[in-house]
Design a protein around this ligand. Structure first.
Ligand SMILES: [Ca+2]
Length: 672
């Protein structure tokens, strides 16, 4: 496994200092502007001098420590300033770089031959475009190509420099390097080799609720396995209902199931607004979400009780073709999951969807746009970098945007990731960014069992191994650890005050052994794809053979013909990408209940642990049947067992009494 980078800077959560250092020849170095994967060992070639690039020169807040102190105060229920939020205009007036400072940056960029493109109202950055040759000259560094994680990406070969006259104004440049290619949506499509936007279907049998159908059930005589069905695997024999065999997975949880499990009732999100940030934009989101709502008996967008769906999408965002570095279609499923999860929890809340034109480095600009225009009081973000070792030059300005959000009473939520402690990907334990930011609420994940009346049977931490089952011998053999909620201890951020009661420190398999960093996650909700959410999305189903069948109803006996074409269909989807918008939707209810936004809610959460159901250990398993081709039974089916609360591939994680690094404080117990 390839290590992306080594540990670089430790940021104090209370002092985001500007890192421009004096250098000779009237130049100042922007320390941390070179990603640590840009090493001589990874060097491939010079970048093409005539290639075009776009980037953003970030200006720091004036009085950044004052902004951070204000963000803390207005977010803390114990402070006299609690909920004394600023408007965006007030924030700009107090903390934004001045017009003169912006003009200095613009003037320098123009003098270097760049075209100045855009500056947001808060003057946080100046975006510009030009060529590689212009950037090399202006920033006094070579731009080169490096091999990293199977991709060839551009980066400065050393920290960039700027004229010393701008050193007190500029604190980062984002876009010269292509680190953000590593940003990925945090959802798990729960089949073998399933491209999310080519069609995906769940194979029968599909229980309507936990343990409705057991693998050893004799009434389903049209399908293997025969009684006694599959046994619970060694180490995962917890069996709260005393079942005689492993149960088949569910068809997919509905909003009624999730609300029932979390005792959510009495509010619908009226007059609350949730912003969702993703890359790209699904062309069919409105019709899909409305069909899905109709199928659940939930008001459609734009109808009485149904809120509104507003899409803020830059030109060129739709229909970006698939390519090796980007996965636009993969984000369609993410957007679908995000919108239908928030709408399912808070049907009358307004949703503002902001799709950045690509997932290269524009997600930071999308966040600035949401915060600086106060497009919502809650922002749901189901994506992240796998690890937090990205250029400090990216982290600094993003943290400043999050500080602005907090001062305005905007709560920013991030999924904690789907690869547990990342040991499976990197060979060491590390949290993901921005989930590890002390200025976001990091949302971990659970596996959930709900009964026919939408009551929780049990819930535990999300960590999964897959077992391959023989339908004749009924023997299931473990194949590999598969996925789980991200969590652990940050190596970049020190522990914030609101987590002062936690004692966990970074372990020996991290890159900061013993460090009492920001602990991840804060809270949790349903995430496991085996117990996931039933979403509806227009997908493409190719013809795979003649005579293929698919599941109709819930058992194999009722299969119907598989129809090729592009059309709306429903399937089960999970990941902390699901947990995050569930939490965002429920917080819209909480803000409605309180009559005011909770803003950055971590101090509120940690001061009120009674608002959460603690999640503890339940080691058990469910069975599932997968179409080998992900679409129909033309290529047959395979049976799998999937474990709950399994950290065999994520060895630093655990679920237990009190805060834990899979589920944080736990799941909501009623509208908080
Ligand atoms: Ca716990």
């Amino acid at each position: 496994m390839k290590k992306l980078v080594a540990v670089s800077l430790i940021f104090s959560s209370v002092a985001l200092t500007i890192v421009a250092l004096a250098a000779p020849a009237a130049r100042s170095t922007l320390k941390g502007s070179k990603p640590s994967w840009a090493t001589p060992q990874n060097y491939v070639s010079a970048a093409n001098a005539t290639d075009k690039l776009g980037f953003r020169v970030y200006l720091g807040w004036n009085n950044p420590s004052g902004a951070e102190a204000l963000a803390r105060a207005v977010s803390d229920p114990h402070s006299n300033s609690y909920r004394h939020y600023l408007t965006p205009a007030q924030f700009r007036q107090q903390f934004a770089p001045t017009a003169n400072q912006v003009a200095q940056v613009q003037s320098w960029l123009t003098s270097q031959g760049f075209t100045v493109v855009y500056t947001p109202k808060n003057n946080h950055y100046v975006s510009a475009k030009g060529t590689v040759a212009q950037a090399q000259a202006a920033f006094s560094t070579g731009l080169r190509m490096y091999k990293v994680n199977g991709l060839t990406l551009r980066s400065p070969s050393a920290d960039v420099t700027i004229p010393s006259s701008l050193a007190g104004i500029v604190n980062a440049v984002i876009g010269l390097d292509q680190s953000a290619v590593f940003v990925h949506p945090d959802h798990v499509v729960d089949g073998p080799n399933a491209p999310p936007t080519l069609g995906f279907r769940n194979a029968c049998p599909l229980s309507a609720y936990y343990a409705e159908i057991l693998t050893g059930a004799t009434p389903l005589s049209c399908q293997p396995p025969a009684a006694p069905g599959y046994s619970f695997p060694t180490g995962f024999t917890d069996n709260p209902l005393g079942l005689t065999s492993v149960p088949w997975t569910i068809k997919g949880h509905t909003p009624a199931d999730v609300k029932g499990a979390y005792s959510i009732s009495g509010y619908d999100g009226t007059r609350q607004t949730v912003a969702i940030i993703d890359a790209y934009a699904s062309p069919t989101i409105l019709q899909d979400a409305n069909q899905w709502s109709a199928n659940r008996g939930i008001p459609q967008f734009g109808t009485a009780g149904g809120g509104t769906l507003t899409q803020v999408i830059a030109p060129g965002t739709y229909n970006v073709p698939e390519n090796p570095k980007q996965d636009p279609q993969g984000w369609y499923g993410e957007e679908t999951l995000d919108v239908e999860s928030v709408h399912g929890m808070a049907p009358n809340a307004n949703i503002v969807f902001v799709g950045s034109p690509n997932n290269y480095q524009d997600l930071d600009a999308a966040m600035v746009h949401v915060v600086d225009n106060h497009l919502g009081q809650i922002v749901s973000n189901s994506y992240g970098f796998p690890t937090e070792f990205l250029p400090p030059g990216y982290i600094l300005p993003f943290e400043q945007t999050l500080i602005q959000a907090a001062t305005e009473g905007i709560g920013v939520y991030f999924s904690s990731g789907d690869s547990g402690d990342e040991t499976v990907n990197f060979g060491f334990a590390v949290t993901d960014y921005p989930a590890s930011s002390p200025n976001v609420t990091s949302v971990g994940g659970t596996s959930l069992a709900v009964d026919a009346s939408h009551n929780r049977v049990f819930e535990t931490g999300w960590g999964v191994s897959s077992y391959n089952c023989n339908t004749s011998s009924l023997v299931c053999n473990r194949a590999a650890w598969q996925a789980g909620a991200g969590g652990g201890v940050s190596c970049v951020f020190s522990r914030p005050d609101y987590q002062s009661a936690l004692t966990i420190t970074a372990g020996a398999t991290t890159q900061c052994d013993g460090f009492a960093g920001r602990a991840v996650p804060d809270i949790a909700a349903l995430a496991d794809a085996q117990t996931g959410y039933l979403v509806g999305q227009t997908q493409t189903f190719p013809k795979t053979c003649t005579g293929g069948t698919i599941c109709s109803g819930h058992d194999q006996c009722g299969n119907v013909a598989s129809t090729p074409g592009a059309y709306y269909d429903e399937y089960r989807l999970g990941g902390t990408s699901l947990a995050c918008p569930i939490v965002a939707g429920i917080m819209a209810l909480s803000d409605q209940k309180a009559g005011a936004p909770h803003g950055f809610a971590n101090p509120f959460f940690y001061q009120n642990p009674g608002k959460f159901t603690d999640i503890t250990s339940v080691n058990t398993a469910v069975a599932r049947r997968n179409y080998v081709n992900s679409i129909d039974d033309c290529n047959g089916t395979v049976d799998r067992l999937r474990t709950f609360n399994d950290y065999s591939g994520s060895p630093t994680q655990f679920t237990g009494a009190g805060w834990d690094n899979v589920t944080g404080l736990g799941v909501f117990n009623g509208v908080p």
